[in-house]
Design a protein. Structure first.
Length: 483
């Protein structure tokens, strides 16, 4: 066993270590376990087809290794470890967000974090409702295409049949779809390793090009992104005036989508109050087109959710959650799953969201262009954490919500439970985006105070006196303009 050989060599090094420098090369029992696990994992991912032979050769290599050779190897590894940091990221408590402001003050200040989207059409943000003439052209183009699409997963061409094909009732041609659902990555190389490493898929560890895929679905699917084409199914609408929308809160929202005969459509809509996190709306949505694939791995919506969902009503159902006795009999991954309500169309879901907001209500989310497009909303006041925490290379590159939460707040989201793939929880994602905004707000308020800003009641006062129109973004120019 590899672990046995590592242990033998490590024990021999313990006996011969003469000074503090050599003693630092000695591994703990846990370090030995980590090293074996890392070695086995790397071999399984990079050389899965010959895993057994590689491990056997490794064992023979370390059986023949002397303590001096082991020492030399440990010196190299120690240097690498110093450059890379600790072997494992230490566990720490989630970071608390302390702004020093009341919720009302946070809502007032957060307006300075609004992220303009007028010039971001190339990246999917829609700032105006498509014109009827453009929608008509898009509809004519669809008729000419006769349902031919490119699969969003395997890139093959296939034909879609909205309303089903008359002769056999099929929704799509092309048969089964074989694909890799995981993203690609470059394996980490050891220091000094100049070999060419092929890209691999996170889902199975296979190198790109080794196979057509590791997963199979019954149908091909596609995604439409052009706003004019999206408007042929349901046109966009500007957020209407709403005197009933509270002015002392912002709204976080997140959408989940599924594949239908019309592409990706809204299947779940969640909205929470900011900064409190209170749930305002959480409904399943019946798409316009026939469902091809619920995309459950990512949407978190499963066939049983749609089948058991009851029609949405304005009254809250206090009996929707399982009793303790019922929960005890459930699988672990279902115990915390609430029974969902469903609305009849994306337009109904949009109207429910409109009932919560006004044009000047800050809408908070991560990658909001996807959410706004799925609900077909044109909203002038958005705070997108993709833009608030930009990737170092700028758009279209972006930092993921999961990574931002881990790096900035030391919180884990989108975590699988008991090895069960559950998909994203839109309520969790909405609140996570809200927490990132509060974190950004706390940092900005610290910067403002260093520049001499003060707070009197709910008014933010610059060093030079009261600002009559406290609007705009918290840029360096804005903050320093009052000095």
């Amino acid at each position: 066993m590899l672990h046995s050989e590592y242990t033998r060599l490590n024990n021999e090094l313990k006996k011969t270590a003469k000074d503090a420098e050599e003693k630092q090369l000695i591994l703990t029992d846990q370090d030995l376990i980590w090293r074996v696990l890392d070695e086995e994992e790397t071999t399984a991912i990079e050389k899965g087809a010959i895993y057994s032979n590689v491990i056997k050769n490794k064992i023979m290599q370390y059986k023949k290794m002397t303590v001096l050779q082991w020492k030399d190897e440990r010196v190299v590894q120690s240097r690498q470890q110093t450059q890379k940091g600790p072997h494992k990221k230490p566990l720490a408590s989630p970071k608390k967000i302390l702004t020093g402001l009341t919720p009302a003050q946070e809502v007032r200040l957060v307006r300075q974090l609004i992220t303009p989207i007028d010039d971001l059409a190339v990246h999917g943000y829609v700032s105006s409702v498509p014109a009827e003439a453009d929608i008509k052209k898009a509809r004519e183009g669809l008729e000419a295409a006769k349902g031919w699409e490119k699969c969003d997963r395997c890139d093959k061409r296939f034909q879609m049949f909205p309303g089903r094909r008359e002769e056999d009732g099929a929704l799509a041609s092309g048969g089964t779809c074989t694909f890799h659902w995981g993203k690609t990555y470059f394996p980490e190389r050891q220091l000094g390793d100049r070999s060419q490493q092929p890209k691999r898929y996170r889902c199975c560890g296979q190198a790109v090009g080794d196979s057509a895929g590791c997963h199979t679905n019954p149908h091909h699917v596609f995604k439409a992104s052009d706003p004019k084409r999206l408007a042929t199914i349901l046109n966009y609408a500007e957020t209407p005036a709403n005197p009933n929308a509270p002015s002392d809160r912002a709204v976080c929202f997140d959408c989940e989508m599924c594949y239908t005969v019309h592409g990706l459509e809204l299947v779940r809509l969640t909205a929470t109050a900011w900064p409190t996190g209170e749930e305002l709306l959480d409904v399943l949505v019946q798409p316009v087109g026939e469902i091809i694939d619920l995309n459950s791995r990512y949407s978190g919506v499963w066939p049983e959710d749609m089948a058991s969902a009851e029609p949405w009503t304005a009254q809250k159902d206090d009996k929707e959650d399982p009793t303790p006795a019922q929960a005890k009999k459930m699988p672990i991954y279902k115990k915390n799953k609430k029974k969902m309500k469903i609305v009849s169309s994306p337009e109904v879901a949009r109207d429910l969201l409109f009932s919560l907001i006004a044009p000047d209500t800050p809408l908070i989310g991560h990658g909001l262009e996807n959410d706004l497009n799925s609900v077909r909303i044109v909203h002038p006041t958005v705070i997108d954490t993709v833009l608030l925490f930009p990737h170092k290379h700028g758009l279209p590159y972006r930092q993921g919500l999961k990574m931002l939460m881990d790096n900035l707040l030391n919180r884990k989201i989108q975590v699988e439970t008991a090895g069960k793939v559950q998909g994203h929880d839109s309520a969790e994602d909405a609140r996570a985006a809200g927490d990132l905004v509060r974190f950004k707000l706390s940092e900005e308020w610290k910067s403002m105070k260093l520049l001499g800003w003060k707070l009197e009641g709910n008014e933010f006062i610059p060093p030079g006196g009261k600002v009559d129109d406290f609007q705009g973004q918290l840029t360096v120019e804005f903050l320093e303009s009052a000095l």
